[in-house]
Design a binder for this molecule. Structure first.
Ligand code: NDP
Length: 283
């Protein structure tokens, strides 16, 4: 497995497995188990996905040594703030049946994230988290957090796929040595991504699938990708991307698909901010 080295020296697999929208506990456990069997070592969950317990069970069932795994979870908006973050972190660890985490992310840039960051810096220094980071931070929010705190986030996990390539954001992150991690690498299938002619042509050229071309494109850019699937054949397919290489011309062709726009919710829209503030979960 190829890795990236984070700004604190920690090694992170460049390809992982995401588990958003697998609410059924048995299905989630089985999918993570299949992913670990297929060779994935990075698993991306979140308190808000309400499936940390299933992920924890799959990890146990895999029998893999803890040090081979890279487990990420995230702090939800309602738990922003110093005290709440400490409690939420402890609960996540318990649900995952782990005694440390590889990466803990602030899930959304809302609420008392500075309080959260101080708590996360402490947990990091105590050795309970190997790396701390953020998610859904646009460049301005990210730079503000960096400039007003001691520890620079190791990772920013943001929507990144062929239709929203995040070239400008990636440049800012490079300047501060923050690793870009793509969520929604396959655009959740939106915009007919799997029927896109440019991507189909490249897939045929390399005797690979459209999903494999996209994941290869991301990882060749140095972006960590965490595709989700509940189908064993796709879980395996999405992992088999290291036996071919896209040429510079292929990469340039994919670059033309960039619309520079999100396919999902804008985190700058006041209505969206309100929606997230009211999104209370029983976690
Ligand atoms: P993805 O871009 O990974 O797309 C998942 C969809 O693509 C599913 O419908 C899946 O269907 C389908 N799919 C997967 N592989 C293939 C394939 N080879 N061929 C055809 N279809 C395929 O979307 P996600 O939103 O799940 O993003 C990935 C992960 O990123 C999440 O699971 C989560 O961990 C993280 N994430 C983080 C967010 C954040 O705010 N930080 C927001 C969103 C996601 P099926 O399951 O039926 O195979």
């Amino acid at each position: 497995m190829q890795i990236v080295i984070l700004n604190n020296g920690v090694e992170m697999p460049i390809l992982g497995f995401g588990v958003w929208q697998i609410p059924d506990a048995d299905e989630c456990e089985q999918s993570v188990y299949e992913a670990l069997k297929a060779g994935y070592r990075l698993i991306d969950t979140a308190a808000a996905y309400v499936n940390e317990e299933a992920v924890g069970r799959a990890i146990k069932r895999s029998g893999l040594p803890r040090e081979e795994l890279f487990i990420t979870t995230k702090l939800w908006v309602q738990d922003a703030g110093y005290e709440r973050t400490k409690k939420a972190f402890a609960k996540s660890l318990e649900r995952l049946q782990l005694d440390y985490l590889d990466l803990y992310l602030i899930h959304q840039p809302f609420g008392d994230i500075y309080g959260s960051w101080r708590a996360m810096e402490e947990l990091y220094r105590e050795g309970k988290i190997r790396a701390i980071g953020v998610s859904n931070f646009e460049p301005g929010r990210l730079v503000d957090l960096i400039l007003h705190n001691e520890i620079t986030p190791a990772v920013n996990q943001i929507e990144t796929h062929p239709f929203f390539q995040q070239v400008e954001c990636a440049q800012v992150m490079k300047e501060y040595n923050v690793q870009l991690e793509s969520w929604g690498p396959l655009a959740q299938g939106k915009n007919n991504i799997f029927q896109n002619e440019v991507l189909i042509t490249l897939a045929e050229k390399h005797h690979k699938s459209v999903a494999q071309v996209i994941l290869r494109w991301l990882t060749q850019r140095g972006v960590v990708a965490i595709p989700k699937s509940t189908h064993k054949d796709r879980i395996i397919e999405n992992f088999n991307i290291f036996d071919f290489e896209l040429t510079q011309e292929d990469m340039d062709t994919i670059a033309t698909l960039d619309t520079k726009k999100s396919l999902f919710l804008s985190k700058n829209d006041p209505e969206v901010v309100k929606q997230f503030a009211n999104w209370k979960l029983d976690i």
